[in-house]
Design a protein around this ligand. Sequence first.
Ligand code: SF4
Length: 232
Amino acid sequence: MSLEKEFESLSAEIVSCRKCPRLVRFRESLKARKSFSNMEYWRKPVPGFGDLNAELIIIGLAPAPHGGNRTGRIFTGDESARFLVRNLFKAGFSNKPTSEHKDDGLELINCYMTAAVKCAPPENKPTKEEFENCFPYLERELSLLKRKKLVIALGQLAFSSYLKYASMHGENVKGISFVHGKLYRFKKVTSLMACYHPSPRNTYTGKLTDRMMQVVLKRARMFLGLGKAQPP
Ligand code: SF4
């Protein structure tokens, strides 16, 4: 089976998943925001998106209730997406600086984005059980992304999910903790870089700025041997 077909089949499985009753209830009954009341919300799990041959993989926490859960594409149509994709574009990992809806022509360049949990959780807080239910999808995605050379985990929870993957694949992850901007070189799995999550809670308060995000992405380019990004 071709890589595209394998991803297609995995995405179809993800999109029809109903393993977590609380998340199914939340995503299906969420009230649309006034500003989006003329739109049909997606209300299903949101699979990963991007270049299937990417060297850079970005893992977030989960789709936002009025972002991915509305548009059907991860990091699309909310403040986190705006921050992240603007910075990916500046660093040469996307063809445009905006990510507003599924058919907006956004293409990721040598980059693939996904989330540790594929359904929007209430208050952005999946339970331990929901993480565990969804982990096999992340595991399968990562295993299919054979050209990956670096994973950026956005936030502590995505970071922990990747450590779980690393541990499952024989890496000793004992004592490893999240430090923004730090690179963790592994022997048995793809190396990892930690980055604060680009949620408004972090970007509005200055915990994560565009400059800090550019430092992380520049470091990623260097690690991948890509050299400087061409100015957009
Ligand atoms: S969070 Fe994952 S496991 Fe749970 S219902 Fe959504 S897709 Fe299925």
